[in-house]
Write a protein that binds this ligand. Structure first.
Ligand code: NDP
Length: 380
């Protein structure tokens, strides 16, 4: 009879931490959590810009997700993308007409990849049209929007997932596994550095109305989200400081650089940096009583590199991150698979609650207390 241990050893895959168990007892033959088999998730991409191009390319290597719809404000893109990906004219929409996806039986889910400020309304409209929604990060502009989005999808009986691609990344999952297994000992400290020097001053990322903020909304969110899954707890306080050197490029409400610190219930602290004005800033470091883990780069499109006190993390990058993400998301939506690190709307909301607190801490100079359970339920 196969046991869980035998199964893992025989498959030789335990280091990748990519299992889901079928919920039966340990003597039952256990199934690998490969999301690569099963029904196909038929996806409409909304917002055919830079990141959607990367997702669409990667989806050509996805085994369980395919592009069956397109939503764009640019007619030329609808035509060229439609031809490139074989999406018929009756499955192409613009931002005025996309509620009609409701009547399209070839679309199961919409992947919203538009500027941050548009996510809230677009996600709610997609849910009302009876479709599951994958929404890019940040899920919304603030916690109030996040709660409304979670509530709307719940009401419609549809799933809301956030495009947190690192939650399926093999080195990230290995460090998560090591920490959970106690191999790092009791965790003491996390450092997350996330940033890049932003170019074109006219882009929507530097427009408060479309971006909702600056570097923190766009890139600092990786350090914030990363510290939560690396530490494995929810923070209970935050302090933060903003530095601005270019007042022309980074207008009022658009942060150039923010340092923020988080405190966790078990006494762990995290120190993070978010910047639109520094390159080579993509590093996670987790320190525990028995060892450490480091990723650098930690959240790029890969390959991710890392090491621990045991040596280099020698795990092949495999397929593009977005191909793996889409297979896993298909398994979550269609098979009810539970990911190792959540990617649901509440996960997106938790980050928005903390982002609100970071901006409040910057403004007031005060330590802002967080109540993780209550903040998910708060009315505003
Ligand atoms: P882009 O500017 O490259 O593309 C955004 C697209 O949204 C545009 O091409 C346009 O597509 C559509 N759009 C609709 N309304 C507007 C508007 N008012 N202004 C500008 N564009 C508009 O942005 P990205 O693709 O880089 O980012 C989109 C989202 O994806 C963001 O939320 C971002 O945070 C997220 N992202 C996530 C990444 C990840 O790794 N998970 C990486 C990069 C971005 P159309 O012409 O088809 O309407």
């Amino acid at each position: 009879m196969s046991t869980r241990r035998n199964f893992l050893q025989n498959m030789g895959l335990s280091a990748l931490g990519i299992y889901a168990f079928n919920g039966l007892n340990a003597e039952t033959v256990l199934m690998p959590a490969s999301a690569a088999e099963g029904p196909v998730l038929r996806v409409a991409l909304m917002g055919l810009g830079g990141y959607a191009s990367r997702v669409a390319d990667a989806m050509q290597q996805s085994k369980r997700a395919k592009i069956t719809g397109l939503i764009s404000g640019t007619p030329g893109k609808l035509k060229s993308w439609g031809e490139k990906y074989g999406v018929p004219e009756n499955s192409r929409y613009n931002y005025e007409t996309f509620d009609a996806v409701k009547n399209n039986p070839d679309i199961d889910a919409v992947y919203v990849i538009t500027p941050n400020a548009l996510h809230h309304d677009q996600v709610i409209r997609c849910a009302a049209a009876g479709k599951h929604v994958i929404c890019e990060k940040p899920m919304g502009l603030n916690a109030k929007q996040g709660r409304e989005m979670v509530a709307a999808c719940k009401k419609a009986g549809k799933q809301l997932l956030v495009g947190y691609r690192m939650h399926f990344e093999p080195l990230t999952l290995e460090i998560h596994r090591m920490r959970t297994a106690g191999e790092l000992g009791s965790v003491k400290f996390f450092q997350g550095l996330s940033g890049f020097r932003i170019g074109d001053p006219t882009q929507w990322r530097l427009n408060k109305a479309l971006a909702g903020g600056g570097s923190l909304m766009d890139i600092g969110i990786y350090a914030l989200n990363g510290c939560r899954y690396m530490v494995g707890e929810e923070p209970v306080w935050v302090t933060a400081q903003e530095t601005k050197t270019d007042f022309v490029k980074f207008k009022e409400g658009v942060d150039e650089t923010i340092t923020f610190q988080l405190g966790f219930p078990g006494g762990v602290t995290a120190s993070c940096l978010s910047s639109y004005n520094m390159n080579n800033l993509d590093r996670f470091f987790l320190n525990g009583e028995k060892g450490f883990a480091e990723l650098q780069p930690a959240s790029s499109y890969g390959p991710i590199k890392g090491r621990t006190h045991k040596g280099p993390l020698d795990i092949p990058a495999g397929r593009p991150q977005q191909a793996v993400q889409m297979d896993e998301m298909a398994a979550i939506i269609l098979d009810g698979k539970k990911p190792v690190i959540p990617v649901d709307g509440e996960e997106g909301l938790r980050d928005l609650v903390i982002i609100d607190a970071i901006y409040k801490a910057v403004k007031t100079g005060q330590k802002v207390k967080l109540n993780p359970g209550a903040s998910l339920r708060a009315q505003n």
